[in-house]
Design a protein around this ligand. Structure first.
Ligand SMILES: [Fe+2]
Ligand SMILES: [Fe+2]
Length: 166
């Protein structure tokens, strides 16, 4: 059953995943220890699973989930991040995604509202609301992995330098 879901998910997003521009997301760091493609795949897959279980539109959320952060600049560096990135990037993403794929109304709303409530206009569809939660869950998970690794490295260094913890 579990493998069937993974296979179905991959079938739904296959054309997006194979697209060269989308693959370029591999080259951008997102939430420090991850690539933007990894983050987008997590958001897309968890959202797909939730919608599958709740009998919602799992196809639109899987496709829009994979596209929801399709932008090409480093948002973690002050030098490259565009001004007001948090508020503006959903519009940039929608513009990028529409150049590559035909999107339905729901997919457009999912992409455009994924930062809600930071962006004020509320989601129009339940699937758009689900992605706001899943995106934040994945971001927190990715940040906490990164922080845990960083703490471990600091602890090891401190241990080595001082011998304090031996
Ligand atoms: Fe985003
Ligand atoms: Fe995201």
């Amino acid at each position: 059953m579990k493998n069937n879901r993974k296979e179905e998910f991959l079938e739904i997003v296959n054309d997006i995943l194979e697209n060269e521009t989308v693959q370029d997301l591999k080259n951008y760091k997102h939430h420090y220890g991850f690539t933007r493609l990894e983050h987008s795949m997590s958001v897309a897959y968890y959202s797909y699973l939730i919608c599958k279980i709740l009998h919602l539109d799992y196809k639109s959320i899987a496709r829009a989930g994979l596209l929801h952060d399709l932008f090409f600049y480093d948002c973690e560096s002050d030098d490259t991040r565009i001004e007001h990135h948090i508020w503006i990037h959903p519009k940039i993403v929608l513009n990028n995604a529409e150049k590559l794929f035909e999107l339905n109304k729901k997919e457009r709303d999912i992409i455009l509202k994924h930062m809600w409530p930071i962006t004020l206009v509320p989601p129009k569809y339940i699937e758009s609301f689900i992605i706001t939660l899943v995106d934040k869950y994945c971001a927190l998970k990715e940040w906490s992995y990164y922080s845990a690794w960083k703490m471990l490295i600091w602890y090891r260094l401190l241990e080595k330098r001082t011998g304090f913890f031996q």
